[in-house]
Design a protein around this ligand. Structure first.
Ligand code: 5AD
Length: 367
C-alpha cells in the first residue's frame, strides 16, 4: 500500500501552504529574541522569506496599531550643514548646492497649513546649522505648541550637547530623530569624516532617551561597505536599544558627493529588513521613507505592506523643496507633498490601511 506524502500543517503563515513556516520567523513572531546568527541566516535567505516575513510583520503591527497609518508633516527648514558625511548631498563641501534657511515665522506658518490638512505631528528637520541656536529653536517649538497644543513636535537636527537637548525638551519637543547610520564603528568611520565620531552619536541617542524623548534611530540600507553581517548586527542593536521609532531607507548616491559612483541599496532588501524590524520591535513607529519612494514609485505602499505604519509627507514651502537634496532624484513634486494628502490617502487605502488624523504616539504593550 503506497502512503500519501504528508502535507505540512497549514498554519496560514507560510505564503505557500506547501512550505513549512520558517522557524526563526516563527520565533520572532512569538516574541522570542534572536541571536545575530539567526538574523544573518534570515538575511541570507531573504529571497525565499520576504512574503512570509511581511505577512507576519503586518499581523504584529495590526495587533498593536490596527490598520492605521500615521502621517507626519515634514518641514525641511535648513539645508546648511556643518558636517561632511560622505554620502549626503547637503554636506558642507558641496558648493554646487543653493542653500536656504526658513525664518521662524515661515516654519510656524507651515505648521498652520499642515494643521488644516489634518497633520497632528510636525517634524522639523535640517542640517546641523549653527544659525538655529537653542534659543531660536526653542522659540519655534514653543510657538508651534502654543498654536497647536494638540500636536506633537519632532526635531531632527543632528548631534547637540546634552544641555541643548534638555532645553529643547523643556521647550516642549516630544520626539527626536537621529539615525545612527550604522552600528559598526569601523563602518561609521568610513561613511563619515574624522571630525565625526561613532561614540558621540551613541552618546546623543542615550541622552535623548534619558531626557524622555520618544527617540528614532535608523540606518541606510546598502550604504558603501555595508555587509550582511553588519545588517544582522543592526537588528540585534535595535532590539537592545528599543527606540520608539526606526527609520530605514536605501542608500542612493548623490552626484556631488564622494559616493557618486557607488551602487544604490535595494528596495527589496529594505522591505525585508523593515519586516524584520517590525517583528523585533512590535510597537515601533516605522515610516515608509522618502528614499524608498524614490527608488521605487510604489515604495511607500510596499513599505506599508511590509509592516510600516508611518508616512512623512513634505510640508516645506514649494520653493525650497527641491533644495533639500540628500540624494539624486529625491522625490519632491508629486504625492509626497503634504498638499497631496488626499491622493496619498487613496493610495494607502489600496493597501487595506487608513491614514488617520492623530498624533500617533508610540504605544506600549497593552495601551
Ligand atoms: N541616500 C539615502 N539616504 C541618505 N541620507 C543622507 N544621505 C543619503 C543618501 N545619499 C539619510 C541619512 C540621514 C537622513 C536624514 O537621510 O540616513 O540620517
Amino acid at each position: 500500500m503506497s502512503e500519501e506524502p504528508q502535507k505540512p500543517l497549514d498554519t496560514g503563515m507560510a505564503p505557500n501552504p506547501e512550505m513549512a513556516p520558517d522557524p526563526r520567523l516563527e520565533r520572532l513572531y512569538r516574541g522570542e529574541k534572536l541571536q545575530r546568527e539567526d538574523y544573518l541566516e534570515l538575511i541570507r535567505s531573504r529571497d525565499d522569506l520576504r512574503k512570509e516575513a511581511s505577512i507576519l510583520a503586518c499581523r504584529v503591527r495590526d495587533r498593536i496599531y490596527g490598520r492605521q497609518v500615521f502621517v507626519r508633516g515634514l518641514i525641511e527648514f535648513t539645508n546648511h550643514c556643518r558636517n561632511n558625511c560622505h554620502y549626503c548631498g547637503i554636506r558642507a563641501d558641496n558648493k554646487k548646492l543653493s542653500r536656504y534657511r526658513l525664518a521662524p515665522a515661515e516654519i510656524e506658518d507651515c505648521t498652520d497649513a499642515g494643521y488644516k490638512l489634518g497633520f497632528r505631528t510636525f517634524v522639523l528637520q535640517g542640517g546641523e546649522d549653527p544659525y538655529y541656536t537653542d534659543e531660536v529653536l526653542s522659540g519655534i517649538v514653543r510657538e508651534i505648541k502654543r498654536r497647536h497644543p494638540d500636536c506633537a513636535v519632532t526635531l531632527s537636527v543632528g548631534e547637540r550637547s546634552v544641555e541643548s537637548y534638555r532645553k529643547l525638551r523643556e521647550a516642549g519637543t516630544d520626539r527626536y530623530l537621529l539615525r545612527h547610520e550604522t552600528v559598526n564603528k569601523r563602518h561609521y568611520e568610513k561613511l563619515h569624516p574624522k571630525a565625526m565620531s561613532y561614540d558621540n552619536r551613541m552618546r546623543c541617542l542615550k541622552e535623548l532617551k534619558e531626557l524622555g524623548y520618544q527617540v528614532g534611530a535608523g540606518f541606510m540600507v546598502g550604504s558603501p561597505g555595508q555587509t550582511d553581517d553588519d545588517l544582522a548586527d543592526e537588528l540585534v542593536f535595535l532590539g537592545e536599544l528599543s527606540p520608539e521609532m526606526v527609520g530605514i531607507g536605501p542608500f542612493i548616491p548623490h552626484k556631488d558627493t564622494p559616493y557618486r559612483d557607488e551602487p544604490a541599496g535595494s528596495a527589496e532588501l529594505t522591505l525585508f529588513l523593515l519586516s524584520l524590524i517590525r517583528l523585533t520591535l512590535p510597537t515601533a513607529l516605522i515610516p515608509a521613507t522618502t528614499a524608498l519612494g524614490t527608488i521605487d514609485p510604489l515604495g511607500r505602499e510596499k513599505g506599508i505592506e511590509a509592516g510600516a505604519n508611518v508616512l512623512m509627507p513634505n510640508l516645506s514651502p514649494a520653493e525650497v523643496r527641491g533644495k533639500y537634496m540628500l540624494y539624486d532624484n529625491k522625490i519632491c513634486t508629486g504625492d509626497e507633498a503634504a498638499q497631496a494628502i488626499s491622493r496619498l490617502k487613496e493610495r494607502v487605502r489600496k493597501t487595506g490601511c487608513e491614514i488617520v488624523e492623530s498624533r500617533g504616539d508610540h504605544k506600549d504593550w497593552g495601551e
